[in-house]
Design a protein around this ligand. Structure first.
Ligand code: SF4
Length: 250
């Protein structure tokens, strides 16, 4: 996609992939009704008539269990969960192949979070689109994702099947994250955080970006590590340098 020009990008934006922003209250335009906002997207990316646009807007609202009467509502007239679902309805206008969801549940209470996530899963099964969740919420990740990509300082630290990463985290950063996350099962254990702070990305450390905070850092870590393949997972850490270097984009 980075090689595509503006016209080509415009052709696939929203039609083939769309996005659900973190806070629906900020992402939706407060002075336009839900229908007007949907019409904006439909007009920009299709040649539908007014009647077709109205019908499609109704249809996608129904998909996310919102009564089409709310096409005439303004964002402040909807609850937090409805606003987030309205954003998802907008993202579904063209039934894209991929929807990027940035912290889709962060503004919701846990009950509304769960019902939204269950609904997203059902829609995925019904319509067949893929979702990339961008999130800090470990319980959301563990319940609702198939594969997990852990980022640190703008780089992939680890990538693998979600269950495998949770059961056997390879990268010291992933291990630190999971040790900072409470479990409701088993014995009570003291949670440990990761000391220090993420690096300044304008001047990242020369070697491994996690080195200043890593309990396993040693002299080999002054070289920037590539990704290594371990049991079908990818991990960026010299502790695995005896493994095969991954032949993928870094
Ligand atoms: S490369 Fe070194 S500093 Fe970086 S995560 Fe691995 S052990 Fe830690």
């Amino acid at each position: 996609m980075v090689t595509l020009g503006e016209r080509e990008l415009r052709h696939i934006r929203w039609r083939e992939y769309s996005v659900v922003m973190q806070s629906a209250m900020n992402a939706l335009n407060p002075v336009l009704t839900v229908e007007a906002q949907m019409r904006d997207a439909l007009e920009a990316h299709s040649n539908m008539s007014k009647r077709e646009m109205h019908a499609r807007a109704k249809e996608v609202l129904r998909l996310v269990s919102i009564d089409p009467v709310h096409l005439h509502s303004y964002p402040h007239q909807l609850s937090g969960g409805m606003r987030q679902r309205a954003m998802i309805a907008m993202a579904l206008l063209f039934t894209p192949e991929l929807i990027i969801m940035d912290e889709p549940t962060s503004a919701l209470d846990v009950v509304a979070q769960r019902s939204l996530m269950v609904q997203i899963k059902e829609l995925q099964e019904r319509l067949g689109f893929a979702v990339i969740f961008v999130t800090h919420d470990m319980s959301l990740v563990s319940h609702f994702s198939d594969r997990l990509l852990v980022m640190y300082a703008a780089q992939v630290a680890e990538f693998g099947k979600t269950r495998q990463v949770f059961e056997k985290p390879l990268h010291p950063y992933t291990q630190g994250l999971l040790e900072a996350f409470p479990s409701i099962r088993g014995e009570k254990v003291r949670l440990t955080g990761i000391p220090g702070a993420p690096p300044d990305l304008l001047r990242p450390p020369a070697g491994c970006r996690f080195a200043p905070r890593c309990p396993h850092a040693h002299e080999r870590c002054t070289n920037a590590p590539p990704l290594f393949e371990v049991d079908g997972e990818l991990v960026r850490c010299v502790l695995y340098e005896h493994e095969r270097e991954a032949a993928v984009a870094q």
